[in-house]
Write a new protein. Sequence first.
Length: 293
Amino acid sequence: MAFLIGTIVALGCMLGGFAAMGGHLAVIFQPWEFVIILGVSLGTFIIANSLAVIKDTGAAIRDAVLSREPAQRDYLDVLGVLYTLMREMRGKARSEVEQHIDTPAESAIFKNFPKVLADAELTTFICDYCRLIIIGNARAHEIEALMDEELETVMHDKLKPYHALTAVADGLPAIGIVAAVLGVVKAMGALDQSPEILGGLIGAALIGTFAGIFVSYGIVAPLAHKVKVNRAVRGRLYVIVKQTLLAFMNGAMPQIALEHGRKTIAAHDRPSIDMVENETVSGGSRAAQREAA
């Protein structure tokens, strides 16, 4: 919603200011200039990126425009899953814990937190490292190094839409110049026309330069930054898992290990200690009850 409001404000101020200076808004409406600019930008975007990145960019734009970022409820769910799993690893046999991490879709623990289960990548991340913990051969510093490597890979993949959009934003001003040059070429073919007609053709050509710069710095670049921020916030979920499980491996009680994860959450979204305790204990109890049933 914030992105849409900002775009409306930017367009409104730009068009309103132009009209207030005595400009004619009809001059800005040059559909074929926009077809050239946006079409070439889309084509180069498709050339430069794989199909997977193109699809992920669409999802990233949707999430950015709709401001779909993890909320406090999402953090509590992740902490709830981790608390229940750590309690299981601490008090039950390896074979019993493996049932949850081998088939999370059938696990009563993960079913109790459907938002976490719906995120396949995050669920796999949690299960993989819980599996390494119950094997018992890996040391904490080795697991930490492995987590760091995977987190770097995860964030590299998640930021591919940001880099793709940034490349488009960087190229748009030059593509706008291309559209303007084509408009000037068209105007040169009408030198025998009246000054009014020739002036209109030159003005239409200059709209290409304006459109390329405005779409780049006024729309695509801010959208790319919004995507980057959104994906970075989502990456914090993985950091919560990392810090919590590492603390548990180093001997912390499950509730203390959760505090290591809770502290990595941004202050404005961070739940209180009491809230985490209430949510995780009740969540763990519900999971245990469903498992027993």
